[in-house]
Write a protein that binds this ligand. Structure first.
Ligand SMILES: Cc1cc2nc3c(=O)[nH]c(=O)nc-3n(C[C@H](O)[C@H](O)[C@H](O)COP(=O)(O)OP(=O)(O)OC[C@H]3O[C@@H](n4cnc5c(N)ncnc54)[C@H](O)[C@@H]3O)c2cc1C
Length: 388
């Protein structure tokens, strides 16, 4: 098979790029196992505008880079861009941020900062969600310009639109092979049949899977400096809970907890909790992480009764372009050699920026040829974390 561009990996990075390339007449094909498996399906779906990175009161590179992402996503959600997300379920238009009582001195700069004032509005008391209408709540509540999306519906929408350019492969047995100065993708389909795919550009957006794809080639550290993993152990609480989407701030410049709410297949609410509990829980037994999160919630929301809830955890690695000190990259990262590019978006929210940068950096043929995967097996959307 011959295509203009082959994308390897069907998370948000690959799917967003595929949608844009297709709209421009690039004959692009995406190969993957399950769509979003790994990080995208495990993400909280927050389209960050950078507030979380500005908690010190300083505008860092990360805050500036991500600031425009909610606007780009909103255009797609309104059906006004090449990536049509008008059928995606938006969980909330704006994420909340709450402080619990007195805030630390490090936070004062954040609330005083002019740049932040334009990004968040104080919620008037009479507009508080039920959860915060309690005599014991003495903190402040703010609304951020950050929508939260239902990620399974995001993946399903993209799958529906792009189905004829999606090909399911056995990722363990498929990989890159050198052919002269360039690379070919040797695919093994689920039924064991083989397909050699030649492409002007091969773009690896396989998340953590990029590491194994690169390792199977002779491409060295010099050409591709490598990947880093930053693990998390997320916490899930299931039961009769209010639907909230909020960062809880404490004395530090990192959220004490970031809570998003989802419905499982039985219609029960699941709180999916990231932030410090997930960062500090890495490598610990689930019971210990759950107990620490229960203490944290009891401190943050003491009036809430969480008895009778079902608790669980989900361990997952964030996969990113390697940084010398292992810290989070400020922006998407990609490296190019021969006809191979390897890319990590760093955040779900950054998918539009990664796609735009890849298109301006790489010369891609636009043969306008028809999609080639119709009739071949198509990758399903990965199972939601709250239904596992
Ligand atoms: C717990 C958690 C919460 C997060 N929350 C947010 C958030 O709220 N907002 C935000 O902006 N970011 C968030 N992120 C970050 C965000 O999820 C990631 O940056 C983004 O999803 C990465 O997308 P990706 O397409 O690069 O990789 P992935 O989503 O990991 O997708 C990789 C794809 O490649 C496929 N694949 C793997 N190996 C191969 C192979 N060898 N061949 C072919 N295909 C392969 C996989 O099946 C999958 O389809 C979160 C991350 C985590 C872990």
């Amino acid at each position: 098979m011959q295509v203009d561009t082959l994308i390897v990996g069907g998370g948000i990075a690959g799917l967003w790029l595929l949608a844009e390339l297709r709209s421009q007449g690039v004959n692009a094909l995406l190969v993957s196992d399950e769509l979003g498996k790994g990080q995208t399906i495990a993400s909280q779906g927050i389209i960050h505008g950078g507030t979380k990175y500005a908690l010190t009161g300083k505008l860092t590179g990360a805050t500036l880079a991500i600031g425009d992402m909610p606007r780009l996503w909103r255009a797609a959600l309104n059906g006004e861009s090449a990536v049509d997300l008008s059928r995606v379920n938006i969980l909330t238009e704006s994420q909340l941020l709450w402080t619990s009582g007195g805030i630390g001195s490090r936070m004062t700069g954040f609330f005083a900062s002019k740049a932040m004032k334009s990004r968040m509005d104080a919620v008037p008391r009479d507009a508080y969600p039920e959860l915060f209408r309690h005599a014991e709540f003495h903190g402040g509540l703010y609304r951020l310009d950050e929508p939260v999306l239902d990620v399974p519906s995001l993946l399903a929408t993209l799958r529906e639109q792009l189905d004829d350019a999606l090909l399911q492969v056995d990722v363990q047995r498929s990989g890159l092979q050198p052919v002269g100065d360039v690379y070919r993708y040797q695919a093994v389909l689920p039924d064991g049949s083989e397909l050699a795919i030649d492409a002007g550009q091969i773009i690896l957006t396989a998340g953590a899977g990029n590491e194994a794809l690169l390792a199977s080639t002779s491409l060295s550290q010099r050409e591709f400096p490598g990947m880093q993993r930053r693990p998390l152990q997320m916490v899930l609480v299931r039961g009769d809970l209010p639907m909230i989407y909020a960062h809880a701030l404490g004395m530090s410049d990192k959220p004490r907890a970031t809570i998003t709410s989802h419905r499982d297949a039985e219609g029960q609410t699941v709180w999916y909790i990231g932030g410090q509990p997930a960062e500090q829980g890495v490598g610990k037994p689930a019971a210990e992480v759950i107990a620490a999160t229960q203490r944290e919630l009891a401190d943050l929301l003491p009036w809430m009764d969480v008895s009778g809830m079902k608790w669980g955890t989900w361990a997952v690695d964030r996969a990113e372009g390697g940084q010398p000190d292992g810290s989070r990259p400020d922006q998407p990262v990609f490296y190019h050699h021969a006809n191979v590019t390897v890319a990590w978006p760093t955040k779900l929210a950054f998918a539009p920026m990664l796609s735009a940068r890849l298109q301006s950096a790489l010369s891609m043929a636009k043969s306008g040829a028809k999609p080639v995967a119709s009739g071949l097996p198509s990758p399903p959307v990965a199972t939601s974390i709250w239904n596992v």
